[in-house]
Design a protein around this ligand. Structure first.
Ligand SMILES: Nc1nc2c(ncn2[C@@H]2O[C@H](COP(=O)(O)OP(=O)(O)O)[C@@H](O)[C@H]2O)c(=O)[nH]1
Ligand SMILES: [Mg+2]
Length: 462
């Protein structure tokens, strides 16, 4: 997500970053580039206009243009305005559930935008992150099997769904849900409502009635990030008629160029609370404007990366790996583990997209064949080795190589390549240990000081 926008903005910034003095013509050119980048990312035109105008006002003062580090100052201004556009502070974008339980979260939106999937994702988030006991409730009596869809999802994530009573109307199901939650001590009720292909009176009066009955503390619109201007119109309409408290933007993993995410708040005045980033129940990211702004501007999102590392890789695992590295005991088992950890953290491209200054490195990395498919192939090759081979790769000669290649569905050349790469990694580590510092090497330079200690062992060796 935002890849194209980030590329564009990064190269614009690269041109002005080091500049002490920025002439009016430089500024005009920079603003033109930012404007084009935003429009190409599908940001709504009025939003782009306002955004550029604000930056212009703030940047064209004498003191900025002629200040010692004009380039940096302009980058800072763009960052601050982008942050404001995305929604300022985290507080507003968080879920607000501080009411007497059960707290009701109602999900509304058109058909097929991801309401039911998001209901399950939110339930997992509530349980795992917020330590709450949610109850899943489907009020979608319109579409056949819609209630079963939620029931199946609830079973998958081992959370309770309100039992289905055939023929019951949404209003009555909602009332039953409130009673059941009180009896069973559920702290949060998630109400998945019916959608339509288009907004109509009937849909709106039904959800309005349910809202009145259940007084939700969050009424979240689930909206499709791929929908462009339509999504903005739908959001505005829902807010006018129903009053929403926030938006979950689904399908941010698709080829959404980000425009909706950047325009929504300005268009509706409502905060984005989550981004849906895939079909799985864990594919939901809380919306953090500051992190996203940094990411869009190519400044990296170290905070999210560290969080993900903590979720996916235990502290013990990270510590053990670091110790073995220090002792020079790095073998193919460690490499296999490293590869697995990277995959658990979302794969190479996802990790890379969160590291600062990555724009320039992307091509180098692609050139080195360091992609997710490679992580998978290399893991497969190592899995086909025996324990002894992994500990002592030196014994892997021709016949063993053939066996390993056959076992992993790869070629002897690929096995050779992996072994060669491993040997050079091992050599580098020995050198590092002896010199007590990072050596040269052909890999793109990531400044290790930019990367938190708990992640450094995952960086490609240099
Ligand atoms: N790629 C992707 N697909 C999603 C996302 N959220 C939902 N979907 C898919 O969109 C389709 C419709 O979702 P559903 O929850 O049934 O929509 P509903 O009609 O609003 O309840 C399903 O195939 C989901 O797997 C998302 O964030 N990313
Ligand atoms: Mg549904």
């Amino acid at each position: 997500m935002f890849d194209h926008l980030t590329d564009k903005l990064s190269s614009t910034f690269d041109r002005i970053r080091g500049k002490g003095i920025i002439r009016e013509s430089d500024l005009a050119e920079t603003l033109g580039e930012i404007r084009r980048a935003l429009l190409e990312a599908d940001v709504a035109l009025p939003v782009v206009k306002d955004f550029i105008a604000e930056i212009k006002t703030r940047a064209s003062g004498e003191e900025v243009v002629k200040s010692v580090s004009a380039g940096q100052t302009i980058i800072k201004i763009v960052h601050d305005r982008l942050l404001a556009l995305l929604g300022g502070d985290d507080e507003e974008n968080a879920l607000h559930l501080d009411v007497a339980p059960p707290a009701v979260i109602m999900l509304v939106g058109l058909q097929g935008t991801g309401k039911t999937t998001t209901t399950a994702k939110l339930a997992v988030h509530l349980r795992d992150k917020l330590k709450k006991k949610p109850l899943l409730v489907s009020l979608d009596t319109r579409r056949p099997a819609a209630q079963e869809q939620l029931k199946v999802l609830a079973e998958q994530i081992s959370l309770p769904a309100l039992p289905i009573i055939a023929g019951q109307q949404p209003q009555d199901i909602a009332k039953r849900a409130l009673q059941a939650a009180k009896l069973a001590g559920h702290e949060v009720i998630l109400l998945d409502t019916a959608g339509r292909l288009q907004i109509d009176e009937l849909l709106m009066s039904e959800v309005a009635e349910i809202k009145r009955l259940t007084t939700p503390c969050e009424t979240l619109l689930v909206a499709d990030a791929l929908g462009g201007q339509d999504t903005l119109n739908v959001a505005t309409k829902f807010h006018e008629v129903l009053g929403i408290s926030g938006v979950v933007l689904s399908r941010m993993d698709g080829d959404a160029r980000g425009g909706v995410a950047l325009s929504l708040r300005a268009a509706t005045g409502q905060p984005i609370k989550f981004l849906g980033v895939g079909e799985g129940v864990n594919d939901l990211d809380p919306f953090h404007p500051d992190r996203l702004a940094r990411r869009i501007l190519g400044m990296g999102d170290i905070v999210s990366l560290v969080e993900r590392a903590h979720e996916q890789v235990s502290e013990q695992e990270a510590e053990d790996a670091a110790k073995r590295l220090q002792k020079g005991q790095f073998d193919l088992n460690d490499l296999a583990q490293q590869l697995q950890q990277m995959r658990k953290m979302g794969g190479m491209s996802s990790i890379m997209s969160m590291l600062p200054g990555i724009g320039k490195m992307k091509k180098q990395i692609a050139g080195a064949g360091m992609d997710d498919a490679m992580l998978g192939r290399q893991s497969a090759i190592i899995s086909s080795m025996t324990k002894l081979e992994r500990r002592k790769p030196g014994i892997i000669h021709a016949s063993r190589k053939k066996r390993i290649a056959a076992g992993s569905g790869s070629t002897v050349q690929e096995v050779n390549k992996l072994l060669k790469q491993f040997m050079s990694m091992q050599k580098m580590m020995k050198k590092m240990r002896n010199k007590g510092g990072m050596g040269g090497g052909g890999m793109p330079a990531i400044d290790p000081s930019q990367v938190p200690a708990e992640l450094r062992h995952l960086l490609p060796p240099r």
